[in-house]
Design a protein around this ligand. Sequence first.
Ligand code: ADP
Length: 741
Amino acid sequence: MKRIGVFTSGGDAQGMNAAVRAVVRFALNQGVEVYAIYEGYQGMVDGGDRIRPIGWSDVGGILHQGGTVIGSARCAAFRERDGRKKAVRNLVEHGIDGLVVIGGDGSLTGASVLRQEWPELINELVAEGQISPEAAGRYPQLAAVGMVASIDNDMYGTDMTIGADTALQRITDAVDAISSTAASHQRTFVVEVMGRRCGYLALMGALASGADWVLIPESPPNLDEWEAKMCQVLAQGRTMGRRDSIVIVAEGARDRHGNAISSEYVKRVLEERLGEDTRVTILGHVQRGGSPSAFDRNLSTLLGAAAVGAILETAPGDDIPVIGMRGNKITRTPLSECLDKTRAVEQAIAGHNYELAMSLRSASFREAFQTLRTLVRALPHGPDPGQRRLRLAVMNAGAPAPGMNTAARAAVRLGLDRGHVMLGVYHGFQGLIDNQIRELDWMSVNGWALRGGSELGTNRRIPSGSDFYAIARNLEEHRIEGLLMIGGWSGYEAILELHGRRNTFPAFSIPMACLPATIDNDLPGSELSVGADTALNNIVSAVDKIKQSAVAARRAFVVEVMGQYCGYLALMSALATGAERVYLPEEGVTLRDLQADVEQLIKGFKQGKRLGMMIRNEKASQTYTTDFMCALFEEEGDKLFDVRTAILGHIQQGGSPTPFDRIMATRLAANCVAYLESQIGQEEPKSACIGLQNGRLGFTDLEDVPRMLDRRFRRPKEQWWLSLRPIARVLAQPGPEDVAV
Ligand code: ADP
């Protein structure tokens, strides 16, 4: 394969640019030319200079931009056979051997139709003399790969579609803002979000923002009088002291009979039945707008890189592989399967078979829906028959991480809902030593979902010596039967200490669960920890701003980011901002590295580059500090450019958690409560840490944890994300000077 065409099509989605950039650069890196097809299928039908070469530097500086720089369109002509015939002629004319399609299910359906018709369209074009038989011989079949870009996250074949995470951020930001004004006036708001056939954004938006009711297409309220139920829950919430009420409605929400439920209708119901001042906000295109999130940039980049690999391996005529992501693994699924399974959900909804529609959605979607139903209930409904009332304690430990409160809130409410007594331990292990333990009720965690920091209070204290006696006494005094620790490295260490002493102190023989919450992402048993996504987004938006500040001068930056001895934040932020160099504690820094980097910088600036961006983890090297590196680059840079440092510091830990962190915190907390329940009463109750393992929830027995740790560097021995380093390296190269142009 010598030349590929790349295009973006259908509704735009944040992250499309990152995908185009990765496709272009990886293809060029493999010696394959790339043509951009501007304005999606419209450009393919029009041909001419709408199909033209795109080079390495053409895709520079676009990572942070929303929308798509190569344009997107809905194209009626391509829906007609005649339009597709023109497209085939244009592709052949431009010598394009393969296509990379970035779009939603409509765009991918278009590609599928084109692939099927290709041979006959080629024959017709030859018969009509529009292309030569030789050209036809070179393109007997169409080779293509696809990536799903759609803010709705409505397609089978990938856990997340490009754009969904950013859209969810827009929604969560908006609902957070609305909540505060709603609370001031004790108003009710109905917020309508996108999603005609998929309730993902509405459901996850509700879960992340702590909304009080949600209406989605897949699961209409299971009763005719759903209006009464909704009003009852909202009214109960008011009685309990909740000041704001928020209902999220998906665009495609419907009742059991398939009748649309509009946001205006919900407003009328609330006004008439509750007599509440109710407002409607339709979020609309705000959800598509703005700069892509760190996750969307990196998802698109990884998919784009994998798409190039896939198209080089695809034989003409093969089914189109859809490049997706499950957990943190890249997958290829035949397009026909993706389309069939996606349509099956739509058909189930259209046929009012909602149980089937829900069952066809992913397990995490169903689980999220169940969790939400419990969380919105204004009053705990009490234990299931046969479930004993337990006494569970919840605490934070380690440095504060955004999402800690979300996890604590979810654990407390889900525990109360199961009929348990929920105790809050204040100020981490210090509070457990000092007996700062209080019972928490439903409303005591109200509003915690979106608050950064730690409401319970947290610190890095690890108990030692006589502390253990004090802790044992307090656990016994409060008759604590299970302990949930939401925190970072020192919290894990402390729990291991208690667990290791359970033979000496019977009070420690209770099940304990560790929920990973630290921005550093350096914990065992989980690929991601709660807080890391927020920190990553904080870094990425800071680096975007730093880059803008530099446009006037020729300047290089050394940006120092947190992470302790784990380079996760450094690498992922470098990938998401297009930094040219990243310094990781896992690799260290040598003088030879620095020399090569200086030379690279000088070469780049001599060739007219205006900005250099280097990201350095705070502990990448003890000797070559951020200041040292800055001084070295400045001195050796020979007045070609100046160098500045930016130490991002605690802004990385702060702020409201991202929806991703809130949702993960909620899911993990729900599962921890269930885990503690399952262990209490066992003859030898177990303790564990919970986490995401290849994207799925899993528990690691505490017994197995010590051998997973690299104690010297306070990080796990195995870190999955290290395998992404080569991708960052390829993209950050100065680039073979515009080979394709
Ligand atoms: P999305 O890709 O975001 O789902 P659309 O459904 O609007 O967006 O599809 C984008 C474009 O893909 C359409 O404007 C059309 O050109 C093409 N397309 C969609 N469905 C088909 C189809 N069944 N046959 C041929 N082309 C199609």
